[in-house]
Design a protein around this ligand. Structure first.
Ligand code: 5GP
Length: 206
């Protein structure tokens, strides 16, 4: 059995990661969303267990103590973490996993999981990010400013060491096409397939 591949979609808040993640999950088979735990309140339309697992700060800290996250971070005042069990289950059962996480989380994983594929998603410019954040503005002005400052820092820190791919989200359909292509081509890498295809190819020979 081929091990599942983890695809990390990261980048500044407001860059379109969540829309991209939803789009690619609809489009490709054998790809599962890694449902994170968070201490933030659910937004309208969000479902516990599908979008996030919503828990209290005490529950979150208990999980940290028990080392049940492969990464966790404080993002805009709330805690978020990726559960270890789901990550390992996907890997060993040959299912690919899509993680929508912030830049701090991606940087924690980069060290421990070099075989994962790291994609940085960003809007074409700072001005466009600002417009998008204002448009979607469920957030207060103060929150938007915090997100913009953080987006600047995260994009400044972007370098060859921490990401394998960069997806400029100028148009959602094209960005989706790029992310799907990255996933499909990674699945075809010879280092991942060589043993299995040879075994399959020769298996019927008597
Ligand atoms: P939101 O609250 O808007 O859904 O997400 C806020 C930020 O938290 C986004 O940048 C999202 O990618 C990030 N995030 C979601 N889940 C996780 C997680 O498990 N770990 C980390 N480090 N960030 C996460």
């Amino acid at each position: 059995m081929i091990q599942g591949i983890s695809f990390i979609v990261s980048g500044p808040s407001g860059g379109g990661k969540t829309t991209l993640a939803k789009g690619v999950l609809d489009k490709l088979d054998n790809l599962r969303f890694s449902v994170s735990y968070t201490t933030r309140e659910p937004r309208d339309g969000e479902i516990d267990g599908r979008d996030y697992r919503f828990i209290s700060e005490a529950e979150f800290q208990k999980m940290v103590q028990e080392e049940r996250f492969i990464e966790h971070a404080l993002v805009h005042g709330n805690y978020y973490g990726t559960p270890l069990d789901e990550f390992e289950n996907a890997r060993t059962s040959g299912v690919d996993l899509l993680l929508d996480i912030d830049v701090q989380g991606a940087s924690q994983l980069r060290k421990g999981y070099p075989s994962a594929v790291f994609c940085f998603v960003l809007p074409p410019s700072f001005e466009i990010l600002k417009e998008r954040l204002i448009e979607r503005s469920s957030d207060r002005d103060n929150d938007i400013n915090k997100r913009l400052i953080r987006a600047k820092e995260e994009t400044e820190e972007l370098n060859l060491e921490n990401y394998d791919y960069i997806i400029v989200n100028d148009n959602i359909d094209q960005a989706l096409e790029r992310l799907s292509s990255i996933i499909v081509s990674t699945r075809c890498e010879s280092k991942r397939l060589v043993e299995k295809v040879k075994a399959d190819f020769f298996s019927g020979i008597k």
